[in-house]
Design a protein around this ligand. Structure first.
Ligand SMILES: [Zn+2]
Length: 117
């Protein structure tokens, strides 16, 4: 529903709900998890016949200006990394929603010229 149609109280409640459910900021991570299958180069290995090794998980992070960094994530950390990336996305989305609500509340609290006279 468009924010402009909700009463102030509903906006405040929605804002409160979003803030309460915000994922913990210390458990956030920007980047993407990618899965790769690799060959080791040994011509006698099974990977030389198409059965590549893996999955090997990488975290890739954009550093801006087209630069990216990446490194291997150990299997036992993959779940946590996945969760923290999801938290990062949610924190960003929810902050955006809270900000939209605050924009709307600010707009409404602006003094109206007509009413004053
Ligand atoms: Zn191999």
């Amino acid at each position: 529903m468009a924010l402009g149609k909700l009463p102030v109280l509903a906006l405040q409640q929605r804002r409160q709900g979003l803030a309460k459910l915000l994922p913990p900021a210390e458990e956030t991570l920007r980047g993407s998890l990618v899965e790769r299958y690799v060959s080791c180069g040994n011509p006698d290995c099974r990977c030389a016949r198409g059965q590549r090794h893996g999955p090997i998980w990488y975290l890739t992070v954009t550093l801006g200006a087209g630069r990216t960094a990446g490194w291997v994530v150990p299997p036992e950390q993959v779940d946590q990394v996945r969760r923290w990336i999801e938290n990062y996305r949610r924190v960003k989305d929810d902050l955006e929603k809270i900000s939209d609500i605050n924009h709307e509340l600010l707009r409404r609290s602006r003094p109206k010229k007509k009413a004053k006279k």
